[in-house]
Design a protein around this ligand. Structure first.
Ligand code: GRF
Length: 194
């Protein structure tokens, strides 16, 4: 299976995904693309030998469709079977999602359906939750709501800040996403619980 990964920043999840796809893994990374040419993850992907592309979203202002038309070019050229969003911070239109429905994954730093959207860790702290975590789900037209393919839970510690909790959750993201991708690439959509 051919996997394209979309990033916006450091790409720590992308790195774990790329590094996991070796040996008898049924998938290989064929592209890492970003909406930001300065994303540190692009250089890290290149160092791992993965072709990269950057389509700056800013010149397109609010015209999402025009930005996505450009973003699609390197993606379609890479002929991916699976699209992984990994720290990708742009909302995709239903038209873009429809092209990859059923084969596009995202990782979100909360225990969905809790806390879709942003600032998930602060919201969990404000709610006094005893647990937090991350979710890998299939991407559908409605943000952060597709079928859940995996979740990982962490304890919230009394002295946690949004930063300390984010770091703990990120460590679990790095374990969850590769586990889900391996299963998904093998055609198994049963969820991974960590
Ligand atoms: C992190 O906040 C992570 O929780 C979320 O995207 C952000 C950046 O991740 N999934 P990455 O290091 O670029 O993968």
């Amino acid at each position: 299976k051919r996997v394209a990964i979309l990033i916006s920043g450091g790409g720590s999840n992308m790195i774990r995904l790329v590094e996991s796809m070796e040996g008898d893994h049924p998938a290989r990374a064929v592209l890492v693309a970003s909406n930001d040419a300065s994303a540190a993850g692009l250089e890290r992907a290149a160092r791992l030998g993965v072709p990269t592309a950057a389509i700056d979203h800013r010149p397109f202002k609010g015209d999402r469709a025009a930005f996505e038309a450009e973003l699609l070019k390197p993606i379609l050229a890479a002929k991916p079977d699976i699209l992984c969003l990994a720290g990708f911070m742009r909302v995709l239109t239903p038209a873009f999602v429809a092209r990859f429905e059923g084969r596009m994954l995202n990782i979100h730093p909360s225990l969905l359906p809790l806390y879709p959207g942003l600032h998930t860790h602060q919201r969990a702290l404000d709610a006094g939750d005893a647990e937090a975590g991350c979710t890998v789900h299939e991407v559908t037209a409605v943000l952060d709501t597709g079928p859940i393919l995996g979740q990982a839970r962490v304890a919230v510690e009394p002295e946690d800040t949004a930063e300390t909790l984010a770091a703990r959750v990120l460590g679990m993201e790095h374990r969850l996403y590769p586990a889900v991708l391996r299963r998904f690439a093998a055609g198994d959509r049963s969820p991974v619980w960590l």
